[in-house]
Design a binder for this molecule. Structure first.
Ligand code: GLN
Length: 288
């Protein structure tokens, strides 16, 4: 126990990290006007879960990517940052959530259990979701951290996680039947094991660790929800995953995906995809 506490970030450090996350969210909070003027028939409600405590290793970049790509397809992202004690949004089209240290998970897991029914019904109804590392673990059945603390999960993924001393850290390349090659970065103490019949997101190459460093699976899939250990952030380098989340959200809300773009938007989207391609080839050849 003592040893664990020694490595835990102090409240001051955690306070600073939260302040940084909060400031970043504040800058993105739409002004009243923006909320009102966003064209109702092109709005997409994006829920960013636990933006203060579950938001590390660039996970915020997933939200930036979703917001920018939606705009480039001619849709309006309505962002909802949710932290314990906040009101739950009336409408959710897409769920995002990042990773966090064990302490951060302890801070939010009670509230997550209180929101479990809402999240389970959203996901089981087909709402697309991307949860990374710490939240991926808590979207499973439980996470038992290295100090023996058992945090109950919400059971969207048929999986459980056990913390262990040797962290699984490094660049990751995995093959996914749905998205092809997925590239990112992992840093976790938890080893996640999928139950019989559960579907992984993909399979890691020989160097990478993935869920547990043993069975070469990485992440999990359930309905339109994606759980993964890949930080980085994930979506800027994996636009196919971003577009899957975006298309699914829009088709569910409006019946069909109908981009409304001017030439400039098409060009910027092409530029982003070209940049992603270059970043992928660099990342794929980076040493573990
Ligand atoms: N705290 C969890 C672990 O160590 C998750 C870490 C993370 O989100 N990067 O496994």
């Amino acid at each position: 126990m003592t040893e664990m506490n020694a490595t835990l970030p102090s409240d001051q450090t955690r306070g600073r990290a939260n302040a940084v996350n909060e400031a970043a969210c504040e800058r993105m909070r739409p002004t009243e006007d923006e909320h009102v003027t966003s064209t109702a028939d092109r709005a997409v409600d994006v829920l960013f879960l636990y933006s203060k405590d579950m938001n590390i290793y660039g996970d915020f970049g997933n939200l930036l990517t979703i917001r920018r790509r939606l705009a480039l397809y001619g849709y309006d992202a309505r962002l909802h940052f949710y932290n314990p004690g906040d009101d739950w949004p009336d409408h959710v089209d897409l769920i995002l959530g990042g990773g966090g240290q064990d302490l951060g998970q302890k801070m939010i897991c009670e509230d997550l259990s209180a929101r479990a029914d809402s999240l389970r019904s959203l996901v089981r109804a087909g709402t697309p979701a991307l949860v990374v590392c710490g939240l991926y673990q808590l979207f499973g059945h439980f996470f038992e951290s290295i100090d023996g603390t058992r945090m109950e999960g919400i059971g969207i993924f048929d999986a459980y996680t056990i913390g262990q001393a040797d962290r699984l850290i490094g660049n990751v390349v995995e093959q996914s039947s749905q998205f092809g090659e997925i590239i990112g970065y992992e840093n976790h103490s938890g080893q996640t094991f999928l139950e019989e019949g559960a579907t992984p997101l993909g399979e890691v190459d020989r160097e990478s660790m993935g869920n547990n460093g043993v069975d070469r699976t990485e992440g999990a899939r359930a309905f339109n929800a994606i759980g993964t250990y890949l930080h980085g952030s994930l979506l800027p380098k994996n636009p196919l995953v971003a577009d899957f989340l975006i298309r699914t959200a829009i088709e569910r809300r409006y019946g069909r995906f109908a981009p409304k773009q001017i030439e400039e938007q098409r060009r910027e989207l092409q530029l982003l995809d070209d940049l992603a391609q270059r970043a992928r080839s660099v990342a794929a050849h980076r040493p573990r």
